[in-house]
Design a protein around this ligand. Structure first.
Ligand SMILES: *[C@@H]1O[C@H](CO)[C@@H](O)[C@H](O)[C@H]1NC(C)=O
Ligand SMILES: *[C@@H]1O[C@H](CO)[C@@H](O)[C@H](O)[C@H]1NC(C)=O
Ligand SMILES: *[C@@H]1O[C@H](CO)[C@@H](O)[C@H](O)[C@H]1NC(C)=O
Ligand SMILES: *[C@@H]1O[C@H](CO)[C@@H](O)[C@H](O)[C@H]1NC(C)=O
Ligand SMILES: *[C@@H]1O[C@H](CO)[C@@H](O)[C@H](O)[C@H]1NC(C)=O
Ligand SMILES: *[C@@H]1O[C@H](CO)[C@@H](O)[C@H](O)[C@H]1NC(C)=O
Ligand SMILES: *[C@@H]1O[C@H](CO)[C@@H](O)[C@H](O)[C@H]1NC(C)=O
Ligand SMILES: *[C@@H]1O[C@H](CO)[C@@H](O)[C@H](O)[C@H]1NC(C)=O
Ligand SMILES: *[C@@H]1O[C@H](CO)[C@@H](O)[C@H](O)[C@H]1NC(C)=O
Length: 483
Protein backbone atom coordinates (compact mmCIF):
# COMPACT_ATOMS: atom_id res chain seq x y z
CA UNK A 1 0.00 0.00 0.00
CA UNK A 2 1.23 3.43 -0.84
CA UNK A 3 0.53 6.12 1.72
CA UNK A 4 1.28 8.92 -0.61
CA UNK A 5 -1.44 7.81 -2.99
CA UNK A 6 -3.98 8.26 -0.22
CA UNK A 7 -2.87 11.77 0.29
CA UNK A 8 -4.02 14.61 -1.85
CA UNK A 9 -1.18 16.53 -3.37
CA UNK A 10 -1.07 20.13 -2.32
CA UNK A 11 -0.34 22.73 -4.88
CA UNK A 12 2.42 24.64 -3.19
CA UNK A 13 2.55 27.40 -5.69
CA UNK A 14 -1.14 28.10 -5.42
CA UNK A 15 -0.92 27.95 -1.66
CA UNK A 16 1.86 30.50 -1.63
CA UNK A 17 0.04 32.83 -3.95
CA UNK A 18 -3.05 32.77 -1.78
CA UNK A 19 -0.91 33.14 1.28
CA UNK A 20 1.16 36.06 0.11
CA UNK A 21 -1.58 37.94 -1.64
CA UNK A 22 -3.69 38.21 1.47
CA UNK A 23 -3.74 41.73 2.82
CA UNK A 24 -1.74 42.30 5.95
CA UNK A 25 -4.19 43.10 8.66
CA UNK A 26 -3.56 45.91 11.02
CA UNK A 27 -6.05 46.00 13.80
CA UNK A 28 -8.14 49.09 14.03
CA UNK A 29 -9.72 47.87 17.20
CA UNK A 30 -7.82 49.50 19.95
CA UNK A 31 -9.63 47.78 22.72
CA UNK A 32 -7.45 47.47 25.71
CA UNK A 33 -6.95 44.67 28.13
CA UNK A 34 -5.75 45.84 31.51
CA UNK A 35 -4.64 49.29 32.45
CA UNK A 36 -1.75 51.24 31.05
CA UNK A 37 -1.41 48.95 28.06
CA UNK A 38 -0.50 50.22 24.67
CA UNK A 39 -2.57 49.52 21.59
CA UNK A 40 -3.31 45.99 20.58
CA UNK A 41 -0.59 44.59 18.35
CA UNK A 42 -2.95 42.91 15.94
CA UNK A 43 -5.49 40.15 16.14
CA UNK A 44 -8.16 41.58 13.90
CA UNK A 45 -11.03 41.26 16.34
CA UNK A 46 -9.82 38.07 17.96
CA UNK A 47 -9.10 39.80 21.28
CA UNK A 48 -10.81 37.88 24.08
CA UNK A 49 -12.58 40.28 26.40
CA UNK A 50 -15.25 38.37 28.26
CA UNK A 51 -14.17 34.82 28.97
CA UNK A 52 -16.56 33.54 31.66
CA UNK A 53 -14.93 33.17 35.05
CA UNK A 54 -11.57 34.44 33.88
CA UNK A 55 -9.30 35.75 36.63
CA UNK A 56 -8.31 39.40 36.10
CA UNK A 57 -4.96 39.65 34.35
CA UNK A 58 -2.77 42.38 32.92
CA UNK A 59 -2.00 40.81 29.55
CA UNK A 60 -4.03 40.49 26.36
CA UNK A 61 -5.08 37.21 24.81
CA UNK A 62 -6.64 36.37 21.49
CA UNK A 63 -8.56 33.40 20.16
CA UNK A 64 -10.19 32.48 16.88
CA UNK A 65 -9.84 30.81 13.54
CA UNK A 66 -7.29 31.06 10.78
CA UNK A 67 -8.39 29.69 7.42
CA UNK A 68 -5.66 27.45 6.05
CA UNK A 69 -7.40 26.31 2.87
CA UNK A 70 -10.13 28.38 1.31
CA UNK A 71 -11.10 25.90 -1.41
CA UNK A 72 -11.97 23.16 1.04
CA UNK A 73 -12.92 25.42 3.94
CA UNK A 74 -10.31 24.34 6.45
CA UNK A 75 -9.83 26.48 9.55
CA UNK A 76 -7.59 25.98 12.57
CA UNK A 77 -8.38 27.34 16.01
CA UNK A 78 -5.69 29.10 18.04
CA UNK A 79 -5.45 30.72 21.44
CA UNK A 80 -2.65 33.22 21.90
CA UNK A 81 -1.51 34.71 25.19
CA UNK A 82 0.81 37.68 25.14
CA UNK A 83 3.48 37.62 27.78
CA UNK A 84 2.55 38.93 31.21
CA UNK A 85 5.26 41.60 31.01
CA UNK A 86 7.18 43.26 28.16
CA UNK A 87 5.54 41.18 25.47
CA UNK A 88 7.29 43.19 22.78
CA UNK A 89 10.73 42.00 23.79
CA UNK A 90 9.88 38.36 24.36
CA UNK A 91 10.06 35.46 21.94
CA UNK A 92 7.08 33.67 20.40
CA UNK A 93 6.53 29.99 21.23
CA UNK A 94 4.11 27.66 19.46
CA UNK A 95 2.95 24.79 21.68
CA UNK A 96 1.56 21.53 20.27
CA UNK A 97 0.07 18.50 21.97
CA UNK A 98 -0.08 15.09 20.37
CA UNK A 99 -2.45 12.17 20.13
CA UNK A 100 -2.61 12.38 17.16
CA UNK A 101 -6.01 13.95 17.60
CA UNK A 102 -5.60 15.70 20.96
CA UNK A 103 -6.10 19.37 21.71
CA UNK A 104 -3.30 21.77 22.63
CA UNK A 105 -5.94 24.01 24.18
CA UNK A 106 -7.44 21.22 26.30
CA UNK A 107 -4.08 19.89 27.44
CA UNK A 108 -1.31 22.45 27.01
CA UNK A 109 -3.19 25.69 27.57
CA UNK A 110 -5.64 24.65 30.26
CA UNK A 111 -3.96 21.81 32.11
CA UNK A 112 -0.25 22.37 31.74
CA UNK A 113 1.38 25.67 30.88
CA UNK A 114 -1.27 28.28 30.07
CA UNK A 115 -2.34 31.09 32.41
CA UNK A 116 -5.87 29.74 33.00
CA UNK A 117 -6.23 26.20 34.31
CA UNK A 118 -9.65 24.56 34.06
CA UNK A 119 -10.72 22.70 37.18
CA UNK A 120 -13.96 21.83 38.95
CA UNK A 121 -14.49 25.49 39.84
CA UNK A 122 -13.94 26.89 36.37
CA UNK A 123 -10.78 28.85 35.62
CA UNK A 124 -7.88 29.25 38.00
CA UNK A 125 -4.85 31.46 37.45
CA UNK A 126 -1.62 29.53 36.94
CA UNK A 127 1.32 31.24 38.61
CA UNK A 128 3.69 29.10 36.58
CA UNK A 129 2.24 29.89 33.20
CA UNK A 130 4.84 29.90 30.45
CA UNK A 131 3.53 33.22 29.21
CA UNK A 132 5.46 34.79 32.09
CA UNK A 133 8.55 34.09 29.92
CA UNK A 134 7.28 34.17 26.34
CA UNK A 135 4.32 34.93 24.11
CA UNK A 136 2.50 31.60 23.93
CA UNK A 137 0.54 30.38 20.93
CA UNK A 138 -1.59 27.24 21.28
CA UNK A 139 -2.93 25.59 18.15
CA UNK A 140 -5.58 22.91 17.73
CA UNK A 141 -4.16 20.86 14.89
CA UNK A 142 -4.92 19.22 12.54
CA UNK A 143 -8.55 19.78 11.44
CA UNK A 144 -10.95 17.70 13.52
CA UNK A 145 -9.09 18.44 16.75
CA UNK A 146 -10.97 20.56 19.28
CA UNK A 147 -12.61 23.46 17.45
CA UNK A 148 -10.58 23.10 14.25
CA UNK A 149 -12.57 21.85 11.27
CA UNK A 150 -12.93 21.36 7.56
CA UNK A 151 -16.04 21.96 5.50
CA UNK A 152 -14.89 19.19 3.17
CA UNK A 153 -15.52 15.78 4.71
CA UNK A 154 -13.00 14.00 2.51
CA UNK A 155 -10.18 16.08 4.09
CA UNK A 156 -10.55 13.99 7.24
CA UNK A 157 -9.54 10.82 5.46
CA UNK A 158 -6.22 12.38 4.41
CA UNK A 159 -4.94 13.24 7.86
CA UNK A 160 -1.38 12.31 8.62
CA UNK A 161 1.94 13.85 9.60
CA UNK A 162 2.54 15.59 6.27
CA UNK A 163 -0.96 16.96 5.99
CA UNK A 164 -0.67 18.33 9.51
CA UNK A 165 2.70 19.94 8.89
CA UNK A 166 1.46 21.54 5.66
CA UNK A 167 -1.63 23.06 7.27
CA UNK A 168 0.30 24.21 10.32
CA UNK A 169 2.85 25.87 8.10
CA UNK A 170 0.14 27.76 6.21
CA UNK A 171 -1.45 28.61 9.55
CA UNK A 172 1.74 30.25 10.79
CA UNK A 173 2.18 32.47 7.78
CA UNK A 174 -1.46 33.51 7.89
CA UNK A 175 -1.31 34.07 11.62
CA UNK A 176 1.60 36.46 11.09
CA UNK A 177 -0.67 38.47 8.81
CA UNK A 178 -3.00 38.92 11.78
CA UNK A 179 -0.11 39.65 14.12
CA UNK A 180 2.51 41.37 11.97
CA UNK A 181 4.53 42.62 14.91
CA UNK A 182 5.40 39.00 15.78
CA UNK A 183 6.70 38.03 12.38
CA UNK A 184 10.35 38.81 13.04
CA UNK A 185 10.24 37.59 16.61
CA UNK A 186 12.59 34.85 17.78
CA UNK A 187 10.42 31.78 17.28
CA UNK A 188 10.40 28.39 18.99
CA UNK A 189 8.23 25.31 18.60
CA UNK A 190 7.51 23.19 21.66
CA UNK A 191 5.37 20.16 22.34
CA UNK A 192 5.03 16.80 23.97
CA UNK A 193 4.07 13.20 23.24
CA UNK A 194 3.03 12.70 19.61
CA UNK A 195 4.10 16.30 18.98
CA UNK A 196 7.54 14.70 19.16
CA UNK A 197 6.77 13.94 15.52
CA UNK A 198 4.92 17.16 14.66
CA UNK A 199 7.53 19.57 15.99
CA UNK A 200 10.63 18.44 14.05
CA UNK A 201 8.47 17.86 10.96
CA UNK A 202 7.15 21.40 11.11
CA UNK A 203 10.59 22.83 11.86
CA UNK A 204 12.00 21.11 8.80
CA UNK A 205 9.13 22.30 6.61
CA UNK A 206 9.70 25.89 7.73
CA UNK A 207 13.40 25.62 6.93
CA UNK A 208 12.79 24.15 3.49
CA UNK A 209 9.86 26.32 2.38
CA UNK A 210 11.02 29.60 3.86
CA UNK A 211 14.30 29.34 1.99
CA UNK A 212 12.52 30.26 -1.23
CA UNK A 213 10.68 33.13 0.33
CA UNK A 214 11.22 36.85 0.48
CA UNK A 215 13.55 37.29 3.50
CA UNK A 216 11.14 39.77 5.05
CA UNK A 217 8.51 37.03 5.30
CA UNK A 218 10.67 34.29 6.74
CA UNK A 219 9.93 32.84 10.14
CA UNK A 220 12.81 33.31 12.58
CA UNK A 221 12.84 29.72 13.82
CA UNK A 222 15.51 29.43 16.50
CA UNK A 223 14.87 26.20 18.35
CA UNK A 224 12.61 23.34 19.38
CA UNK A 225 11.69 21.93 22.78
CA UNK A 226 10.30 18.42 23.18
CA UNK A 227 8.76 16.71 26.20
CA UNK A 228 8.42 12.91 26.46
CA UNK A 229 8.37 12.90 22.67
CA UNK A 230 7.56 10.07 20.33
CA UNK A 231 10.68 9.97 18.22
CA UNK A 232 11.51 6.63 16.66
CA UNK A 233 8.89 3.88 16.80
CA UNK A 234 11.40 1.07 17.14
CA UNK A 235 13.36 2.72 19.95
CA UNK A 236 10.17 3.97 21.59
CA UNK A 237 8.75 0.45 21.75
CA UNK A 238 11.97 -1.08 23.01
CA UNK A 239 12.08 1.61 25.70
CA UNK A 240 8.45 1.11 26.65
CA UNK A 241 8.99 -2.61 27.25
CA UNK A 242 12.31 -2.26 29.09
CA UNK A 243 10.92 0.52 31.24
CA UNK A 244 7.87 -1.59 32.18
CA UNK A 245 10.23 -4.38 33.14
CA UNK A 246 12.68 -2.20 35.07
CA UNK A 247 9.81 -0.57 36.95
CA UNK A 248 8.28 -3.91 37.98
CA UNK A 249 5.18 -3.62 35.81
CA UNK A 250 5.91 -6.84 33.90
CA UNK A 251 7.72 -10.07 34.72
CA UNK A 252 11.19 -11.21 33.68
CA UNK A 253 9.50 -13.85 31.52
CA UNK A 254 7.44 -11.32 29.58
CA UNK A 255 10.43 -9.12 28.95
CA UNK A 256 12.46 -12.11 27.79
CA UNK A 257 9.70 -13.24 25.45
CA UNK A 258 9.52 -9.80 23.87
CA UNK A 259 13.27 -9.48 23.62
CA UNK A 260 13.45 -12.78 21.78
CA UNK A 261 10.45 -12.46 19.48
CA UNK A 262 9.92 -8.78 18.70
CA UNK A 263 11.82 -7.07 15.95
CA UNK A 264 10.65 -3.50 16.40
CA UNK A 265 12.60 -2.36 13.35
CA UNK A 266 10.60 -4.68 11.14
CA UNK A 267 7.52 -3.48 9.23
CA UNK A 268 5.82 -6.70 10.25
CA UNK A 269 6.52 -6.84 13.98
CA UNK A 270 3.08 -7.97 15.09
CA UNK A 271 2.70 -10.94 12.78
CA UNK A 272 4.92 -12.78 15.23
CA UNK A 273 2.37 -14.19 17.67
CA UNK A 274 4.83 -14.50 20.55
CA UNK A 275 5.73 -10.87 20.15
CA UNK A 276 2.09 -9.76 19.99
CA UNK A 277 1.23 -11.78 23.06
CA UNK A 278 4.16 -10.33 24.97
CA UNK A 279 3.22 -6.76 24.16
CA UNK A 280 -0.43 -7.46 24.98
CA UNK A 281 0.72 -8.56 28.40
CA UNK A 282 2.58 -5.25 28.89
CA UNK A 283 -0.53 -3.28 27.97
CA UNK A 284 -2.73 -5.48 30.13
CA UNK A 285 -0.63 -4.62 33.16
CA UNK A 286 -0.57 -0.95 32.25
CA UNK A 287 -4.37 -0.88 32.10
CA UNK A 288 -4.32 -1.51 35.84
CA UNK A 289 -2.46 1.72 36.54
CA UNK A 290 -1.91 5.05 34.86
CA UNK A 291 0.64 4.47 32.12
CA UNK A 292 1.24 8.24 31.93
CA UNK A 293 2.18 8.49 35.58
CA UNK A 294 3.17 5.25 37.24
CA UNK A 295 2.90 6.27 40.88
CA UNK A 296 -0.27 8.33 41.03
CA UNK A 297 -3.76 6.93 41.43
CA UNK A 298 -6.07 6.46 38.50
CA UNK A 299 -9.23 8.46 38.10
CA UNK A 300 -12.10 6.15 38.95
CA UNK A 301 -14.77 8.42 37.62
CA UNK A 302 -16.89 8.44 40.78
CA UNK A 303 -16.47 12.14 41.41
CA UNK A 304 -16.96 13.41 37.93
CA UNK A 305 -19.92 15.70 37.76
CA UNK A 306 -20.00 15.75 34.00
CA UNK A 307 -20.45 12.00 34.11
CA UNK A 308 -18.50 11.51 30.93
CA UNK A 309 -16.43 8.44 30.71
CA UNK A 310 -15.82 8.27 26.98
CA UNK A 311 -12.44 9.98 27.12
CA UNK A 312 -11.18 7.47 29.61
CA UNK A 313 -11.18 4.54 27.26
CA UNK A 314 -8.32 6.28 25.56
CA UNK A 315 -5.99 5.67 28.36
CA UNK A 316 -4.53 2.78 26.45
CA UNK A 317 -5.61 2.40 22.91
CA UNK A 318 -3.92 0.49 20.21
CA UNK A 319 -4.17 0.22 16.54
CA UNK A 320 -2.33 -2.46 14.73
CA UNK A 321 -1.70 -2.70 11.08
CA UNK A 322 1.21 -4.36 9.45
CA UNK A 323 2.28 -0.95 8.29
CA UNK A 324 2.34 0.99 11.46
CA UNK A 325 3.45 0.42 14.96
CA UNK A 326 0.55 0.05 17.35
CA UNK A 327 0.02 3.36 18.98
CA UNK A 328 -1.23 4.49 22.30
CA UNK A 329 -2.88 7.81 22.44
CA UNK A 330 -1.09 10.55 24.30
CA UNK A 331 -2.91 12.26 27.09
CA UNK A 332 -3.16 12.60 30.78
CA UNK A 333 -5.56 13.01 33.69
CA UNK A 334 -9.01 11.85 32.56
CA UNK A 335 -10.52 13.55 35.61
CA UNK A 336 -9.37 16.95 34.43
CA UNK A 337 -10.33 16.15 30.86
CA UNK A 338 -13.99 16.12 31.81
CA UNK A 339 -13.85 19.60 33.33
CA UNK A 340 -12.30 20.87 30.12
CA UNK A 341 -14.99 19.20 28.04
CA UNK A 342 -17.74 20.79 30.08
CA UNK A 343 -16.11 24.21 29.95
CA UNK A 344 -15.40 24.34 26.23
CA UNK A 345 -18.89 23.20 25.31
CA UNK A 346 -20.50 26.12 27.16
CA UNK A 347 -22.24 28.55 24.79
CA UNK A 348 -20.81 31.62 26.54
CA UNK A 349 -17.30 30.21 26.43
CA UNK A 350 -17.52 29.38 22.74
CA UNK A 351 -18.83 32.86 22.05
CA UNK A 352 -16.05 34.53 24.03
CA UNK A 353 -13.42 32.52 22.15
CA UNK A 354 -14.93 33.46 18.76
CA UNK A 355 -15.72 29.85 17.96
CA UNK A 356 -19.47 30.12 17.58
CA UNK A 357 -22.28 32.60 17.98
CA UNK A 358 -23.31 30.89 21.20
CA UNK A 359 -26.30 29.20 19.55
CA UNK A 360 -24.91 26.93 16.83
CA UNK A 361 -22.38 25.24 19.05
CA UNK A 362 -19.23 23.37 18.10
CA UNK A 363 -18.78 19.96 19.64
CA UNK A 364 -15.49 20.11 21.53
CA UNK A 365 -13.67 17.11 22.95
CA UNK A 366 -10.15 16.85 24.25
CA UNK A 367 -9.11 14.08 21.87
CA UNK A 368 -10.70 12.94 18.65
CA UNK A 369 -10.39 9.15 18.62
CA UNK A 370 -11.44 8.90 15.00
CA UNK A 371 -8.43 10.95 13.95
CA UNK A 372 -6.21 8.75 16.03
CA UNK A 373 -7.63 5.56 14.56
CA UNK A 374 -7.64 6.69 10.97
CA UNK A 375 -4.28 8.48 10.90
CA UNK A 376 -3.04 7.75 7.41
CA UNK A 377 0.64 8.44 7.77
CA UNK A 378 3.06 8.53 10.65
CA UNK A 379 6.78 8.91 10.10
CA UNK A 380 8.43 5.87 11.71
CA UNK A 381 11.32 8.03 12.93
CA UNK A 382 12.13 11.71 13.03
CA UNK A 383 15.79 11.11 13.93
CA UNK A 384 16.93 11.89 10.36
CA UNK A 385 15.15 15.24 10.76
CA UNK A 386 16.97 15.83 14.05
CA UNK A 387 20.22 15.49 12.14
CA UNK A 388 19.18 18.12 9.63
CA UNK A 389 18.01 20.50 12.33
CA UNK A 390 21.25 20.06 14.25
CA UNK A 391 23.24 20.78 11.10
CA UNK A 392 21.15 23.91 10.58
CA UNK A 393 22.13 25.07 14.05
CA UNK A 394 18.72 24.99 15.71
CA UNK A 395 18.65 24.78 19.48
CA UNK A 396 17.19 21.37 20.37
CA UNK A 397 16.26 20.48 23.92
CA UNK A 398 14.55 17.24 24.87
CA UNK A 399 13.18 16.57 28.34
CA UNK A 400 11.58 13.56 29.92
CA UNK A 401 9.43 13.04 33.00
CA UNK A 402 10.92 9.88 34.47
CA UNK A 403 7.72 8.30 35.83
CA UNK A 404 5.98 8.17 32.44
CA UNK A 405 5.49 4.67 31.03
CA UNK A 406 3.98 5.87 27.75
CA UNK A 407 7.01 7.55 26.20
CA UNK A 408 9.43 6.65 28.96
CA UNK A 409 12.84 8.10 29.58
CA UNK A 410 14.38 4.89 28.26
CA UNK A 411 12.70 5.34 24.87
CA UNK A 412 14.14 8.81 24.59
CA UNK A 413 17.59 7.68 25.65
CA UNK A 414 17.58 4.82 23.14
CA UNK A 415 16.48 7.23 20.42
CA UNK A 416 19.00 9.91 21.23
CA UNK A 417 21.85 7.47 21.70
CA UNK A 418 21.22 6.09 18.21
CA UNK A 419 22.07 9.56 16.90
CA UNK A 420 25.59 9.03 18.16
CA UNK A 421 26.15 12.68 19.00
CA UNK A 422 29.41 13.60 20.73
CA UNK A 423 28.91 14.44 24.40
CA UNK A 424 30.09 17.93 25.29
CA UNK A 425 29.20 17.89 28.99
CA UNK A 426 28.72 14.71 30.97
CA UNK A 427 25.63 13.54 32.83
CA UNK A 428 25.01 15.56 35.98
CA UNK A 429 22.11 16.70 38.15
CA UNK A 430 20.25 19.93 37.61
CA UNK A 431 18.68 21.76 40.51
CA UNK A 432 15.58 23.70 41.31
CA UNK A 433 14.99 25.30 44.70
CA UNK A 434 18.00 23.45 46.08
CA UNK A 435 16.69 20.04 45.13
CA UNK A 436 17.73 17.69 42.37
CA UNK A 437 15.10 18.31 39.72
CA UNK A 438 16.55 15.75 37.35
CA UNK A 439 19.71 14.96 35.41
CA UNK A 440 20.99 16.28 32.15
CA UNK A 441 23.57 15.74 29.49
CA UNK A 442 24.74 18.05 26.76
CA UNK A 443 25.56 16.81 23.29
CA UNK A 444 26.89 18.65 20.30
CA UNK A 445 23.68 20.23 19.04
CA UNK A 446 21.28 18.83 21.61
CA UNK A 447 20.52 18.99 25.33
CA UNK A 448 18.72 16.16 27.11
CA UNK A 449 17.24 16.49 30.62
CA UNK A 450 15.10 14.41 32.94
CA UNK A 451 12.47 15.53 35.46
CA UNK A 452 12.63 13.43 38.57
CA UNK A 453 9.20 12.18 39.62
CA UNK A 454 7.22 13.68 36.74
CA UNK A 455 4.79 11.83 34.48
CA UNK A 456 4.02 12.23 30.79
CA UNK A 457 2.74 15.82 30.90
CA UNK A 458 5.68 17.14 32.91
CA UNK A 459 4.36 20.65 33.73
CA UNK A 460 1.27 19.12 35.41
CA UNK A 461 3.55 17.45 37.92
CA UNK A 462 6.38 19.97 38.23
CA UNK A 463 5.01 23.39 37.29
CA UNK A 464 7.69 25.47 38.99
CA UNK A 465 10.59 23.29 37.80
CA UNK A 466 9.18 23.25 34.28
CA UNK A 467 8.94 27.00 34.13
CA UNK A 468 12.56 27.35 35.31
CA UNK A 469 13.63 24.83 32.68
CA UNK A 470 11.67 26.61 29.95
CA UNK A 471 13.33 29.84 30.96
CA UNK A 472 16.79 28.25 30.68
CA UNK A 473 15.86 26.91 27.24
CA UNK A 474 14.82 30.35 26.01
CA UNK A 475 18.11 31.82 27.22
CA UNK A 476 20.06 28.92 25.77
CA UNK A 477 21.76 28.48 29.16
CA UNK A 478 22.08 25.06 30.75
CA UNK A 479 19.74 24.58 33.72
CA UNK A 480 21.41 25.25 37.10
CA UNK A 481 23.92 22.53 37.89
CA UNK A 482 24.60 23.76 41.39
CA UNK A 483 22.31 23.72 44.36
C1 LIG B 1 -6.64 22.88 -0.43
O1 LIG B 1 -6.65 21.54 -0.01
C2 LIG B 1 -6.80 20.60 -1.06
C3 LIG B 1 -6.92 19.22 -0.42
O2 LIG B 1 -5.94 19.02 0.56
C4 LIG B 1 -5.64 20.71 -2.02
O3 LIG B 1 -5.82 19.84 -3.10
C5 LIG B 1 -5.53 22.13 -2.54
O4 LIG B 1 -4.38 22.28 -3.31
C6 LIG B 1 -5.47 23.12 -1.39
N1 LIG B 1 -5.51 24.46 -1.88
C7 LIG B 1 -4.58 25.35 -1.61
C8 LIG B 1 -4.76 26.69 -2.19
O5 LIG B 1 -3.63 25.09 -0.91
C1 LIG C 1 -17.41 26.56 6.50
O1 LIG C 1 -18.79 26.64 6.19
C2 LIG C 1 -19.52 27.56 6.99
C3 LIG C 1 -20.98 27.43 6.62
O2 LIG C 1 -21.14 27.63 5.26
C4 LIG C 1 -18.98 28.95 6.75
O3 LIG C 1 -19.66 29.87 7.58
C5 LIG C 1 -17.51 28.97 7.09
O4 LIG C 1 -16.95 30.23 6.81
C6 LIG C 1 -16.76 27.91 6.31
N1 LIG C 1 -15.40 27.86 6.76
C7 LIG C 1 -14.34 28.11 6.00
C8 LIG C 1 -13.00 28.03 6.63
O5 LIG C 1 -14.43 28.40 4.84
C1 LIG D 1 0.25 32.71 43.11
O1 LIG D 1 0.67 34.03 43.29
C2 LIG D 1 -0.18 34.77 44.15
C3 LIG D 1 0.29 36.20 44.13
O2 LIG D 1 1.67 36.27 44.16
C4 LIG D 1 -0.13 34.14 45.52
O3 LIG D 1 -1.00 34.85 46.39
C5 LIG D 1 -0.57 32.70 45.44
O4 LIG D 1 -0.42 32.08 46.69
C6 LIG D 1 0.26 31.96 44.43
N1 LIG D 1 -0.27 30.64 44.27
C7 LIG D 1 0.50 29.57 44.24
C8 LIG D 1 -0.20 28.28 44.04
O5 LIG D 1 1.71 29.62 44.37
C1 LIG E 1 2.44 18.89 1.62
O1 LIG E 1 2.94 19.92 0.81
C2 LIG E 1 3.86 19.49 -0.17
C3 LIG E 1 4.32 20.70 -0.93
O2 LIG E 1 4.82 21.65 -0.05
C4 LIG E 1 3.21 18.52 -1.10
O3 LIG E 1 4.14 18.02 -2.03
C5 LIG E 1 2.63 17.36 -0.33
O4 LIG E 1 1.89 16.52 -1.18
C6 LIG E 1 1.71 17.88 0.77
N1 LIG E 1 1.26 16.75 1.57
C7 LIG E 1 0.00 16.60 1.93
C8 LIG E 1 -0.32 15.38 2.69
O5 LIG E 1 -0.85 17.42 1.68
C1 LIG F 1 16.24 35.89 14.78
O1 LIG F 1 16.41 35.55 16.14
C2 LIG F 1 17.76 35.51 16.54
C3 LIG F 1 17.82 34.92 17.93
O2 LIG F 1 17.05 35.65 18.81
C4 LIG F 1 18.35 36.90 16.44
O3 LIG F 1 19.69 36.88 16.83
C5 LIG F 1 18.24 37.38 14.99
O4 LIG F 1 18.64 38.70 14.90
C6 LIG F 1 16.81 37.26 14.48
N1 LIG F 1 16.81 37.46 13.04
C7 LIG F 1 15.99 38.29 12.42
C8 LIG F 1 16.08 38.35 10.95
O5 LIG F 1 15.20 38.99 13.03
C1 LIG G 1 8.81 -15.06 16.43
O1 LIG G 1 10.18 -14.70 16.55
C2 LIG G 1 10.98 -15.70 17.15
C3 LIG G 1 12.37 -15.12 17.31
O2 LIG G 1 12.84 -14.59 16.11
C4 LIG G 1 10.97 -16.93 16.29
O3 LIG G 1 11.75 -17.96 16.92
C5 LIG G 1 9.56 -17.40 16.12
O4 LIG G 1 9.52 -18.48 15.23
C6 LIG G 1 8.70 -16.29 15.59
N1 LIG G 1 7.33 -16.73 15.58
C7 LIG G 1 6.55 -16.59 14.54
C8 LIG G 1 5.15 -17.10 14.66
O5 LIG G 1 6.91 -16.02 13.52
C1 LIG H 1 8.61 -4.73 4.56
O1 LIG H 1 10.02 -4.85 4.47
C2 LIG H 1 10.43 -5.79 3.50
C3 LIG H 1 11.92 -5.98 3.58
O2 LIG H 1 12.50 -5.19 4.56
C4 LIG H 1 10.00 -5.31 2.14
O3 LIG H 1 10.40 -6.23 1.15
C5 LIG H 1 8.51 -5.15 2.12
O4 LIG H 1 8.09 -4.58 0.90
C6 LIG H 1 8.04 -4.25 3.24
N1 LIG H 1 6.61 -4.29 3.28
C7 LIG H 1 5.87 -3.21 3.26
C8 LIG H 1 4.40 -3.45 3.29
O5 LIG H 1 6.34 -2.08 3.25
C1 LIG I 1 -13.63 11.53 45.34
O1 LIG I 1 -14.56 11.36 46.36
C2 LIG I 1 -14.01 10.77 47.53
C3 LIG I 1 -15.12 10.48 48.50
O2 LIG I 1 -16.09 11.50 48.46
C4 LIG I 1 -12.96 11.73 48.09
O3 LIG I 1 -12.37 11.18 49.25
C5 LIG I 1 -11.89 11.95 47.03
O4 LIG I 1 -10.95 12.90 47.48
C6 LIG I 1 -12.51 12.45 45.75
N1 LIG I 1 -11.48 12.47 44.72
C7 LIG I 1 -11.35 13.49 43.88
C8 LIG I 1 -10.28 13.35 42.88
O5 LIG I 1 -12.04 14.48 43.93
C1 LIG J 1 -20.48 15.37 20.19
O1 LIG J 1 -19.58 14.32 19.90
C2 LIG J 1 -19.82 13.17 20.67
C3 LIG J 1 -18.77 12.15 20.29
O2 LIG J 1 -17.50 12.70 20.44
C4 LIG J 1 -21.20 12.63 20.39
O3 LIG J 1 -21.45 11.52 21.20
C5 LIG J 1 -22.24 13.72 20.66
O4 LIG J 1 -23.49 13.26 20.28
C6 LIG J 1 -21.90 14.97 19.89
N1 LIG J 1 -22.80 16.01 20.31
C7 LIG J 1 -23.38 16.82 19.42
C8 LIG J 1 -24.26 17.89 20.02
O5 LIG J 1 -23.20 16.73 18.23
Amino acid sequence: MDFVSKVTVLNTLLALIVLLSAEPVVSLKHRKWGRGKKLASGGNGDLVTDLPGQPAVGFRHYAGYVTVNETNGRALFYWFYESTTEADGKPLVLWLNGGPGCSSVGYGATQEIGPFIVDSNGLKYNNYSWNTKANMLFLESPIGVGFSYSNTTSDYSNLGDDFTANDTYVFLHKWFLKFPSYRKRTFYIAGESYAGKYVPELAELIMINDKNMDPSLRINLTGILLGNPETSDAEDWRGLVDYAWSHAVISDETQKLIRESCDFHSNDTWSNISCSNGVDEVLKQYKEIDIYSLYTSVCTGNNISAGNSDDKSMQVMMKRTSMMMPRIMGGYDPCLDDYAKKFYNRPDVQKALHVSDGRQLKNWSICNTKIFEEWSYSKPSVLPIYKNLITAGLRIWVYSGDTDGRVPVLSTRYSLSSLGLPITKAWRPWYHQKEVSGWFQEYEGLTFATFRGAGHAVPCFKPSNSLAFFSAFLLGDAPPSER
